[in-house]
Each structure stands twice: as C-alpha cells, then as structure tokens.
Design a protein around this ligand. Sequence first.
Ligand code: SAM
Length: 231
Amino acid sequence: MASAAPGSDARGFSFVLEEQDGRLSLRAQHHPDYGVICADWTSAAARSRVRSGKRQALARATGVGGRTPLRVIDATAGLGRDAFTLAALGAEVLLIERHAQIAALLRDALRRAHADAWSADAAARMSIVEADALALLRARTVHADVIYLDPMYPHSAKSALPQKEMQLFRELTGGDADADQLLDPALACAAARVVVKRPLRASPLAGRAPHHEIATGQARFDVYPKHAAGG
Ligand SMILES: C[S@@+](CC[C@H](N)C(=O)[O-])C[C@H]1O[C@@H](n2cnc3c(N)ncnc32)[C@H](O)[C@@H]1O
C-alpha cells in the first residue's frame, strides 16, 4: 500500500487537480506510479466511438442517432465519454456529476471541446451541472426523453473502465453505494426510457429486471421503457 501523501483524507487518499499541457488532470498522490486522469473527448478513442455511430450498443439502447433529436440526462456523468458520444450522435445532453473534482474535469473537457473544430458541434449540445442527481430527480426539477445511468458497480466485476481508472474512481467516489435509489426517480423524470449500464454479469440496478438488454463484449445496457414501467 502507498504511504500517506500530504493532504490525504482519513482513508489515506489524496487527489489533486493540476494543469498539464493546457488541460486539467487529476493525480492520485497516494499512487505515485499511476498516471493522471482527465476527460478527453477529442482523443482517437472518442473519435472511433463517434464513428461507430448509431449501430453501437449505447446508441441502440438509448435510441439516440435516429431522425428525432433526443434530450438525454446523463445522471452519473463521470468523465463524460458516453455523454460526449451521445451528443456527437445528435442528442442534447445534460451531464450531472456530484464529485467536485470530477465535475471540474468535465468543465475543462467541455471548454476544450468547444475550441476544437471536430467536437464544437457536439459541445454546443452539452451542459454540465455539479449536483447530486438523486436530489434533482427526486425533486423532479430535471426532465428528458432518456435518462442514462452508469454508476460505479460496488463489487469487483469486470468493468468497461481500465483497471487503474476503475480503482481511482472507487477511491474517489466511495463506489456509488446509493446507486439503486436512482432507478425510480429516473423513471419518473424520463419521458421515453431509462438506460442503465452494468458490468456484464452484474445484477440489474435495484434488483429490477429490465424490459430488455443489449450486451457488448465489455458491458450491458439494461433498458427500461416508460410503457413497460406503467408510466
Ligand atoms: C462509472 S462513472 C461514469 C462513467 C461515464 N459513463 C463515462 O462515460 O465516463 C460514475 C460516475 O457517476 C457519479 N455519480 C454516481 N452517483 C451520482 C449521483 N447520484 N449524482 C451525480 N453523480 C453521481 C460518480 O461520482 C462517478 O463520477
């Protein structure tokens, strides 16, 4: 285990934001051998996700990429990879992130995406709110066609995130242990459907079986259409 870094919290974790090459990054000082993490929506990987277009599982599960542009709330935005893909495929996306340092990375990514000719169009359809989505959804202050949820899965399961990034996210967020509570308020605020991303063999969110699922080699998208929710 790494020795306690300056400014570390009670669990011995110490995360600092730093400016590097014109972009904001997050460094885990208690893992000196790990690289930094940042949100980057103009990378080769991001471009390849966008090129996969409406055939990809995320687009099929959410319905984004069709003729009618959809309003999507990504209520667990993280580094905004999925949110950016959805915006690039034509959706208007509200990103909600409750962790202050992660939200700072998102704002920085959005600033850079506006400045890049390739991503500026999608960036214009994205907005970020730093808040607890559970509170906003319960108060019914946010509404969209689709609500997308991708909380951390608290148990060790194969995840779509790279190993080190998953560990850092667990340490940063504590593992999103309250995630089950998001499903009902999300269904109340979504006009068309709620989509939940899960590790392949994980149980469904809140133990509630979806109407259908779309699986890829890395993750599963559980789809809860409003018509099937009785709403
Ligand atoms: C696995 S990450 C999401 C990754 C994201 N889909 C992407 O493409 O980069 C989960 C994120 O959801 C955030 N989160 C979990 N519950 C939340 C809530 N109730 N409100 C806002 N953010 C939440 C966590 O802080 C974490 O950053």
